[in-house]
Design a protein around this ligand. Sequence first.
Ligand code: C5P
Length: 418
Amino acid sequence: MTQRRILLIVSGGIAAYKALELVRLLKGKNIAVRAVLTDSATRFVTPLSFGVLTEDHVYGDMFDLKEEREIGHIQLSREADLIVVAPATANILARMAGGLADDLATTVLLATDKPVLVAPAMNVRMWHHKATQRNIAQLRDDGIHVMEPGVGAMACNEWGKGRLPEPAEILAEIERLLADGAASPPLLTDTTRTIVAPDLSGPTLYGRHVLVTAGPTHEPIDPVRYIANRSSGKQGYAIAAAAARAGARVTLVSGPVALPTPPGVTRIDVETAREMLAAVEAALPADVAIMVAAVADWRAADEAPQKLKKDGSGRPAPLPLAENPDILATLGQSEQRPALVIGFAAETQNIVEHAKAKRMRKHADWIVANDVSGEVMGGATNSVHIVTANGVEDWPDMPKTAVAARLVQKIADELAGR
Ligand code: C5P
């Protein structure tokens, strides 16, 4: 497993020294830590101590040009799995709740899409102040994980709630969040796009919603077996990636594949054809649909609740099949039909003739026909023919990424010309 990474933001309070103990505990668990200290934190602890313990540069001043050049505030957040503010003073909680970005720490916190955990520490009356409680409620509502402070003696000779939770407790909370980090509520109101610089030369898909299916489907026979095919998902993923690069909002409905989600793409994982159809319909409306998935035509008519056993008779096993819904054909006739519906046709003979018939039968605008008699399935290149109402274009054999880029360009040209 890859090493997990914490960005630790230390704000200024007497409990700041306990953050050093937290770093030590995290390192003991092989979790990497990078520290950001607020100005006031440096009045209580030194960057040098954090530098020694984290074995990394310690970040502080947003306007340090050298730091911004080497690693900007966006990068600090991007390289972390989780951001932890410990100790979090009443002041930084107020700045976070208000969405301020007036130093490096709060700028990172406003620019992040990573889960954030805060461990408050302050005087008991500051904790119970209505303003602080209002800020805490706001932060929780925004999706930030706020730990309860401890109760006990304070540095200021008072007693009550407001002590920094023990470093071991913070560690336990960090480990819990890292284990189910993906389940954290997003802090951003629009998570449909991450940052991909679109290529804006020539026609683009900026502002368009592109829906792509990719990969095989798995159709269960019994709890341990399924019907599948050799589709790797590479061509569909390349198309989704190219559409995102062209500026589109992309929804990728994917069968089971071993591929990373392309940057800027919202991926919905499904297993069966019926799940894929439901996910496609839920993703509508879309401007363009590109159905690249190798959907299983049939599924087991009834999924056996228990593993099927051999009966020793030597007779062929009965496996009744039922036909799956045709997603492309359904979409082609849907009331919410996208302006451009594109299907794929994997053929081993009479490629173009079959593709022409398929275009009509499935109510598609274009069919991208490819010859799968060779090594196309799982391979890196593809030679395709684009069948449209205007005729057939034969494209030379090229990498699947190049097919994707050229197809996306053709789509952008088509939409621009309408
Ligand atoms: O009929 P055939 O499977 O060759 O059609 C291929 C095209 O139809 C592809 O675009 C594929 O994604 C789509 N298809 C579908 N649902 C099915 C079968 C195929 O969307 N059940």
